[in-house]
Design a protein around this ligand. Structure first.
Ligand code: ADP
Length: 879
């Protein structure tokens, strides 16, 4: 081709008139404007805009520079011009300018092929260079950088191919895995999603259009190409390449891939080999295993690791080796070596001789056989196995010993054709039942079962065969004819197919326990009858007062059926105050002091008030928490009622005794009123009664009426029966009430009554009328002593004191006191020193009872002038 150019360049005039009918001819005028075009390439040119005349208008932009100035300037040099074509790409031409008679001829030839060949060579060289670089990088990098370098090389491929991303997939042990990618955050699918496509591709060497499309969707939506790497006929690796632009044209792809993968796979294989070598070594070390060799003549060769772990030289003579074997196994080892010489295989377990006696010898399994002209084999440490074997042997011996010495009889029955046949009995059979294991009873235990229990025995066998286990109790006759209660626990063992094989069971002699249980049952029955028939109320209830059990008398009192008792709440028959007092009392129970008793008051259905004497015993759990209470109760209502009547009687008697004084007391206001009325009438008759006088007299009369009414009212209240429930009241009110009833009578008898007003009002709990009665009793006793002894200025003094949370009401006289010999007896009922018909001997005893019921005490001592009685009562506070 270049020859053609030379010829044309050299002889421009000679052929000027006969231009070649090849290439492209452009005819120009002096100014370079195009006159016409000819030649076959003409048809390829893209037409310039309509009025354009210059040759530049046909050219691609960069070619304009070549044609600067006028045609005369372009002459004498080769011109490389790129024309625009109708196909869009450039038409590369080379030519020159020739002088014509008129104007110029631009003669041009297509040099596209020439350029392409040149390009191709350049690309081939750069491809070769890149492949070399990649291969070198992967081959030469350090082990720890291999992954990073691989990624970098993939990135180079991406740049070279102008792709978007690549991912390298390797077939490892039959599974496709991604190994590396170009590290550009491309959204690659998971290995699991990619795997099916790679498997298809590896199988057929291609994917069809729809498979390609689906893979493209999976890999981020851009076209994906697969570049295979083969080892022999099989695809071993594959590069997935996504590219948005045109696919890489210059490179057959596999070239670069090969440059990357040849060294990479070699290195990976090498790494894998190294690892499996290490694994093997580690495994051998753990197992204590290793090879040995013996060329029959000369020393034995040992695996270096093995030799090190047994502390042996790597080369050991037969004598040395036998010297290291435990004396007990030495002969066997020697014979085994002889055996090897005769060509027979060796397999022997032996111990190594340890010089220190406290070290337990190591067990080795020694295996070898002739291979060619020398023996090869391995040694394996089986110390752990031997130790287990020893342990298992010891455990078995212990178990056998246990079975033989067990108080229970352990037996085995063999299964055959739906029946069970005795096969084994432990040695305890003879001590328990006196049977021998080959006796008739042992062969057929069913015959020795108590006649009443035979159905149990038959049921046991049926249950055993059906459910695989059975547990029952029956009586077995022993050698001397007595019966033993036996607890039989048996289990059926089956083979792999589920077929019954044998029954393993044990008999436990439970005669004593069974009889004891029987005794307990009897005694429980007796106690049950006792509880049911008892006239006392007996029950169990929880700390929240819910009944767990109650007997018939309790049900009768509560007017319900016995079965209804459980679940009822005892508190429903108590007032709020009673319930809280009851529960406070329960709260004082402790495991050390589990007993408490009290008289409790209930409002029973249809009855006014019931008084029960109630004794509780708390039952506690291991932590000392109250779990339930057992209680026994007795109805005390009748006793209470008669006590109240007694009290009432005593009260009425006191009133009767006071009658004289009271009559006087009421007479007093009547006298005053009579005088006032008489005086008023007199004044009215005289006509001297003015309004002021009348008003004054009427006020006086009114005051006296008040006084009489108060007294009568007090007598009425005092004479009334007490309320059943205790109430809070001011203690001094009782003193004033008693004084109101007594004062006048005492004055009439010449006895002075000193009531010392207290500093504060103190509240107590109980019945005011009853406390009044106590005070009246004490004051009457004092009066009687004063009248009998007749001291100078007889007087009674009543005062109040507060002593540590209690109030003390003191009644003192100056009658000289009580004979010290009688002091201990005066509170006894019916004790009196007064003449018959005067004293009843009940005053102090009743008073004592009243004060105690209020939680207080009544005390007496002899003062310097006379007796001093002290009523001590606990102070009441609402909280
Ligand atoms: P009664 O008054 O009917 O004899 P009490 O039980 O009230 O019965 O008293 C018992 C006895 O205690 C009296 O008989 C008396 O001997 C003695 N006694 C009680 N109070 C006094 C007192 N203040 N001084 C001396 N003796 C007393």
């Amino acid at each position: 081709m270049s020859g053609v150019f030379d010829r044309w360049l050299g002889g421009q005039t000679s052929v000027a008139e006969a231009p070649l009918a090849v290439g492209l001819q452009v005819w120009l005028d002096e100014q370079g404007e195009v006159l016409r075009l000819s030649g076959p390439l003409r048809t390829l040119l893209a037409m310039p805009p309509q009025h354009a005349r210059r040759v530049q208008d046909y050219l691609q932009h960069h070619s304009w520079l070549v044609l600067e100035g006028d045609p005369a300037d372009w002459q004498g040099q080769p011109l490389d011009l790129d024309f625009r074509t109708v196909h869009g790409h450039a038409l590369h031409t080379r030519g020159w300018l020739q002088r014509q008679a008129e104007g110029w001829l631009l003669q041009l030839f297509d040099i596209g092929d020439l350029l392409r060949a040149h390009d191709h060579e350049g690309q081939r060289l750069s491809l070769q260079r890149l492949a070399g670089d990649i291969g070198r990088a992967v081959r030469d990098c350090g082990e720890e950088r291999l992954a990073q370098v691989t990624g970098e090389q993939l990135q180079r491929l991406v740049e070279y191919w102008q792709a978007d991303s690549v991912r390298l997939m390797l077939l490892e042990a039959g599974v496709w895995r991604s190994h590396a990618d170009s590290g550009d955050d491309w959204p690659w699918a998971d290995d699991g999603q990619l795997r099916p496509w790679l498997e298809k591709y590896a199988l057929r060497g291609e994917l069809d259009a729809s498979e390609r499309y689906e893979l493209q969707v999976l890999c981020g939506g851009l076209p994906v190409s697969l570049l295979p790497y083969r080892l022999g006929p099989d695809i071993q690796a594959c590069l997935l390449c996504v590219a948005s632009g045109a696919p890489p044209v210059h490179d057959p792809g596999e070239r670069l891939l090969q440059a990357l993968l040849d060294p990479l796979l070699a290195r990976l294989r090498q790494r894998q080999l190294q690892r499996s070598d290490q694994h093997l070594d580690a495994l051998q070390r753990q197992l204590g295993a290793g090879w040995w060799e013996w060329p029959l003549q000369g020393p034995l060769q040992l695996d270096p690791a093995l030799a090190a772990s047994y502390d042996l030289p790597r080369e050991i003579t037969v004598e040395q080796w036998l010297g290291r074997v435990h004396p007990a196994d030495r002969e066997a080892a020697q014979l085994a070596l002889e055996q090897l010489r005769e060509g027979r295989a060796l397999s022997l377990s032996l111990r190594l001789h340890e010089h220190a006696p406290q070290i337990s010898p190591r067990w080795l399994h020694w295996v070898g056989q002739m291979q060619g002209r020398q023996v090869r084999g391995f040694l394996l440490d089986i110390s752990a196995l031997k130790a287990q074997e020893l342990q298992a042997g010891a455990a078995r011996a212990r178990l056998e010993n246990l079975i033989a010495s067990s108080p229970a009889v352990i037996y085995i029955q063999r299964y055959a054709e739906g029946a069970l046949h005795s096969e084994f009995f432990s040695a305890s059979l003879a001590p328990m039942l006196g049977w021998h294991s080959d006796s008739e009873q042992a062969r057929q235990p069913g015959l020795a079962v108590h006649p009443d229990d035979r159905s149990l025995w038959l049921e046991r066998t049926r249950t055993l065969l059906r459910d695989g286990q059975a547990r029952c109790r029956y009586r077995l006759r022993d050698q001397s004819g007595g019966y033993h209660w036996v607890l039989d626990e048996a289990r059926l063992l089956r083979d792999d197919l589920g077929q019954p094989v044998e029954v393993v069971g044990l008999w436990l002699d439970v005669s004593e326990a069974t009889e004891a249980a029987e005794r307990v049952r009897h005694s429980e029955e007796r106690y049950r009858v006792l509880v049911e028939d008892s006239p006392a109320m007996i029950c169990r209830y929880r700390p929240d007062l819910e009944l767990l059990f109650g007997n018939r008398p309790l049900a009768d009192h509560l007017e319900c059926a016995r079965e209804q008792l459980a679940g009822m709440n005892l508190g429903q028959w108590m007032s709020d105050a009673q319930r809280s007092a009851f529960q406070q009392r329960l709260a004082t129970l402790t495991p050390e002091q589990p007993l408490s008793s009290a008289e409790i008051c209930l409002q029973l259905p249809g009855r006014e008030n019931a008084w029960w004497v109630w004794a509780d015993r708390g039952l506690f759990d291991a932590q000392g928490r109250l779990q339930e209470i057992q209680a026994v109760g007795r109805d005390n209502t009748e006793v209470r009622r008669s006590q109240r009547q007694l009290l009432q009687g005593a009260k009425m008697a006191t009133l009767g005794e006071l009658a004289t004084g009271l009559v006087h007391e009421i007479n007093q206001p009547l006298n005053v009123m009579r005088m006032a009325v008489a005086n008023t009438l007199k004044r009215l008759e005289n006509g001297a009664a003015d309004t002021d006088y009348l008003t004054d007299k009427l006020h006086r009369i009114e005051a006296q009426v008040e006084r009489a009414a108060r007294l009568v009212e007090h007598m009425r209240v005092y004479g009334r029966r007490s309320e059943p429930e205790r109430q809070a009241f001011v203690a001094w009110d009782a003193v004033e009430g008693a004084a109101a009833l007594l004062a006048e009578g005492l004055r009439g008898k010449g006895v002075a009554l000193h009531i010392v007003a207290p500093e504060s009002a103190l509240t107590v709990l109980g019945h005011q009328d009853q406390l009044e009665q106590v005070l009246i009793n004490l004051m009457i006793n004092a009066r009687d002593a004063l009248l009998e002894r007749q001291p100078q200025a007889p007087a009674i003094r009543v005062s109040q004191q507060r002593i540590e949370g209690r109030v003390c009401l003191r009644v003192e006289d100056n009658a000289g006191g009580i004979d010290p010999r009688l002091l201990g007896r005066i509170f006894e009922p019916f004790f009196t020193t007064k003449p018959a018909g005067v004293g009843t001997g009940l005053g102090l005893s009743v008073s004592h009872g009243i004060v105690e019921a209020m939680g207080g005490s009544l005390e007496v001592l002899n003062g310097p002038d006379g007796a001093c009685f002290c009523i001590l009562l606990p102070l009441y506070s609402a909280s």
